[in-house]
Write a protein that binds this ligand. Structure first.
Ligand code: ZN
Length: 246
């Protein structure tokens, strides 16, 4: 029976029978894998809490007829416990794993795996505010999937825009891919403050110094744009996003 080993982050689990669980994982090398963890719900299970959502583990599996079976799991990062202990981090991580799950429906990638693990690690260490970590993750994950937003030049016609000094476009149309120029903007398009556009750009590039210094009002406006942009591209609602406090 073919056995393989990989690093994996647990996206979600659900009960199977009396004591088992089906664990959906994003792996480093094998894309998304759904596998059975036998006996994981019994006290004293050899898996302990290593196969809970947000955990990163080195797993060994063997290929089953329909689902693979997890035979071993060693923890690589105890992010799960730290994240679950903080409500803001927990809700942010829930949105991240749900997004990763949807973005990797057809196939996972090493980049999506590394991005998710990095974001969960940052969240568990509370390096930046949980909202900022979440919004940066969402923009990058959606970009990596092929839908990079434009926050500077017009997303439709490419008309050059500046990020500051008054030369910027301000109409935000998620359906068009981001910021658009006045000629392309449909009547009544929402307008963003220059500070919000700069923050969105900082979140996309990982400029944490700029992002952390931005006022709450700007962060809230940016969060709304990121949520709308992500929802639009995922094609259906992210259930967990409703629980993120705004
Ligand atoms: Zn344009």
């Amino acid at each position: 029976m073919p056995v393989y080993r990989d690093e994996a982050v647990v996206l979600r689990t659900h009960k199977l029978g009396e004591a088992d669980r089906i664990v959906t994982m994003l792996t480093r090398a094998h894309g998304k894998v759904r596998a059975v963890a036998k006996g994981v719900r019994r006290t004293g299970s050899k898996f302990g809490a290593r196969l809970e959502p947000f955990m990163v583990a080195d797993v060994q599996l063997y290929e089953g007829r329909s689902l693979d079976i997890i035979t071993q799991a060693e923890s690589l990062g105890s992010y799960g416990a730290l994240i679950t202990a903080d409500y803001g981090s927990y809700t942010a991580a829930s949105v991240m794993v749900e997004t990763a799950d949807k973005l990797t429906e057809s196939e996972g990638s090493l980049q999506q795996y590394l991005l998710l693990v990095g974001a969960l690690r940052s969240l568990s260490r509370q390096e930046h505010g949980s909202h900022l970590t979440l919004n940066s993750y969402l923009l990058r994950a959606v970009s990596m999937a092929g839908w990079a937003p434009s926050f500077q030049d017009c997303a439709r016609c490419g008309a050059v825009g500046a990020l500051s000094e008054g030369g910027q476009h301000s109409a935000m149309v998620v359906q068009m891919g981001g910021i658009v120029c006045d000629d392309c903007a449909p009547p009544g398009s929402p307008r963003l403050d220059a500070a919000t556009i700069e923050l969105l750009s900082a979140l996309l590039t990982g400029d944490w110094e700029h992002a952390s210094a931005s006022p709450e009002r700007t962060q809230n406006q940016a969060a709304g744009v990121v949520a709308a942009y992500t929802q639009w591209h995922l094609g259906r609602g992210l259930r967990s996003l409703e629980h993120v406090a705004r």
